[in-house]
Design a protein around this ligand. Structure first.
Ligand code: PLP
Length: 426
């Protein structure tokens, strides 16, 4: 089959209706699927034949979403999950068990930081956070014999630092561990993590993939490019007693990781995405390339405007030449730097509060990646469970305002920002 470009994959990928079938993937809101032969059902359970038997483990609407996003990221397979948090949790649990360890860039979404620093350690899995700008030598020193992965966000939320893929992937290769990337803020349209050495990608599909603030969900995508037999991953290479001795690498080849996540962890932990939400994500993906272009264009214009505004003390946007890793952003995000920017206002957090409450078009909501512009103060919301030190480590200054620039007319957005900034200075 001809290799489609990403704009075509977003619309036509993942679903190929036969004559008389619906043009778009229908919402298959059914928990289960009917069969005539018990032997056939047994074969489904044994992974001997493809097919659906229970929606926790697979569903046609979710399958269409999984196939499409896997195609768009350039992976071999995907698993839809009930949230981005579930995607990260399953992605880590699939290779780390009690007594093991992984390394993560410290500049993470607050929920991920909490998961890694509080919840996974309660299950016996330890993390070491590293400054993503540390040298390779410094990061390599943090590895232990039981280190199983290295994790980072393409664009840190809300630090907006750009991950140094070259450095992280070289470290992962040297240590024979998978490089896991949260590509939520960049999306497959703006950044191609598998082309830069990532092995596994996760998304909060709740953000740009949905794009319209309707549905919570997540997805894990397997690059099929990690040699599990080269490292220390007996869970993938040795017989799985919970699946009558299945050896994932032998039975599933380069789909070993993603099939194990589905048939073992999704079976047991059950964080499945509802078919309705898969339908919404399929719809969202149709326009993802168009939206990401407009989000990026609008955000750049807003960032340039803010940089010149007398009420603004600082602006961070990876598309601005003043950004600390502007050159890296151009390399890894050649089509645009996405729709999220951060800034501080003269008068600090108190003035920031007045600014957010004075916005009329721009809404104060706990969200990013919506077609509608929205604004948030992470230190008092998404990152409030972290200590001040942890907040700084994850890129959250006390006065930081996170602005998710929507795809409205940019002049209207700027006009609203201006009146709210003026109000904040009274
Ligand atoms: N990763 C990033 C970068 C996020 O911004 C978020 C949520 O904001 C998540 C993961 C978690 O996703 P969800 O809210 O869908 O569980």
């Amino acid at each position: 089959m001809k290799q489609w470009k990403i704009e075509t994959q977003a619309i036509q990928g993942g679903y190929d209706p036969k004559p008389g079938e619906p043009r778009i993937p229908a919402i298959c809101q059914s928990t289960t699927f009917k069969y005539e032969s018990a032997d056939h059902v047994a074969k489904l359970f044994d992974l001997e034949v493809p097919g659906f038997f229970y929606t926790r483990l697979g569903n046609p609407t979710s399958d269409a979403f999984e196939q499409k996003i896997a195609m768009m990221e350039g992976g071999v397979g995907a698993l839809a999950t009930s949230s981005g948090q579930a995607a990260t949790t399953l992605a880590m649990l699939n290779i780390c068990k009690a007594g093991e360890h992984f390394i993560a860039a410290s500049t993470l979404y607050g929920g991920t930081y909490n998961l890694f620093s509080c919840t996974l350690p309660k299950m016996g899995i330890q993390v070491t956070f590293v400054d993503p700008e540390a040298t390779a030598e410094e990061i390599l020193k943090k590895f232990q014999p039981n280190t199983k992965a290295i994790f980072g966000e393409t664009i840190g939320n809300p630090g907006l630092n750009i991950l140094d893929f070259e450095k992280f992937s070289a470290i992962a290769k040297e240590k024979k561990v998978p490089f896991i990337v949260d590509n939520t803020l960049a999306t497959p349209y703006l950044c191609r993590p598998f082309e830069h050495g990532a092995n596994i990608i996760i998304h909060s599909a709740t953000k740009y993939i949905d794009g319209h603030a309707t549905s919570v969900g997540g997805v894990i995508i397997d690059g099929g490019n990690f040699d599990w037999e080269s490292g220390n991953f007996p869970e993938l290479t040795e017989p799985d007693e919970s699946y009558h001795g299945l050896q994932y690498t032998k039975a599933c080849g380069n789909l070993a990781y993603i099939i194990k996540t589905r048939v073992q962890l999704m079976r047991d932990l059950g964080a499945a995405l509802s078919p309705f939400n898969s339908f919404m994500f399929n719809q969202g993906l149709h326009t993802l390339p168009l939206r990401m272009e407009r989000h990026s264009d609008n955000a750049l214009e807003v960032a340039q405007y803010l940089e010149k505004h007398p009420a603004v003390s600082w602006v961070i946007y990876p598309g601005l030449p003043s950004h600390q890793s502007y050159e890296r952003a151009k390399k890894y995000l050649p089509k645009g730097a996405s729709g999220v920017l951060t800034f501080g206002i003269k008068g600090g957090a108190a003035a920031g509060k007045i600014f957010m409450e004075s916005c009329k078009l721009v809404a104060l909501v706990v969200h990013v990646g919506d077609v509608r512009s929205c604004v948030l103060h992470p230190a008092s919301t998404t990152h409030r469970q972290l200590t001040e030190e942890q907040q700084i480590e994850s890129g959250v200054a006390p006065d930081l305002i996170r602005f998710s620039v929507g795809i409205e007319n940019v002049e209207d957005i700027i006009e609203d920002i201006n009146q709210a900034l003026l109000a904040s200075q009274k």
